[in-house]
Design a protein around this ligand. Structure first.
Ligand SMILES: [Cu+2]
Length: 133
C-alpha cells in the first residue's frame, strides 16, 4: 500500500532562504518621489531605501505595523543612527517581518505628496508530498 501525503508547511523556517531585498529610490531625477511609490513584498523581505538626489528621509506613518525612520545618518533606534532628513546619496535597509500595509513619507515633503506604500503579503504556503510505502 502506498500513501501519498500532502503536507502544507508554514514557511517560518524557510524565511531566510526566500527573503528578497527590494530597492526604493528616493528623489530619483531630483523629483519629490519614491520609485516605486507602491511596492508589494513578502513578509521577511527587506527594502533598501536609496537616497539618490535632494534632501529627504523616509518615515513610516504613525501606527504602522513596522515602524521606521531613516535618512543619510541611519535609522532611528538602529546602532545609534538617526533618521533625520539630509542630502547626498545614502542607503538604508529596513526589514518587514509582519504582514500589512505600511504607508510612509518624507518628513520634508509630505505636504508635496512625497509618499509611498509598502504592501507586505504573507509568505505563500509551500506544499510538499511524501510517498510512504
Ligand atoms: Cu523629501
Amino acid at each position: 500500500m502506498r500513501l501519498k501525503i500532502l503536507v502544507g508547511m508554514l514557511c517560518t523556517a524557510c524565511l531566510p532562504a526566500m527573503a528578497a531585498d527590494h530597492i526604493v529610490q528616493v528623489g530619483l531625477g531630483n523629483t519629490l518621489t519614491f520609485t516605486p511609490a507602491n511596492l508589494t513584498i513578502k513578509a521577511g523581505d527587506t527594502v533598501t531605501f536609496q537616497g539618490v538626489a535632494g534632501f529627504h528621509n523616509v518615515a513610516s506613518n504613525p501606527g504602522a505595523v513596522t515602524a521606521f525612520r531613516c535618512g543619510p545618518n541611519g535609522c532611528d533606534g538602529v546602532g545609534g543612527g538617526n533618521g533625520d532628513p539630509g542630502g547626498g546619496t545614502w542607503s538604508q535597509t529596513v526589514a518587514f517581518p509582519t504582514t500589512g500595509t505600511i504607508g510612509y513619507f518624507c518628513e520634508v515633503h509630505e505636504g508635496q505628496a512625497m509618499t509611498g506604500v509598502i504592501q507586505v503579503d504573507p509568505v505563500p504556503v509551500t506544499l510538499q508530498s511524501f510517498d510512504i510505502d
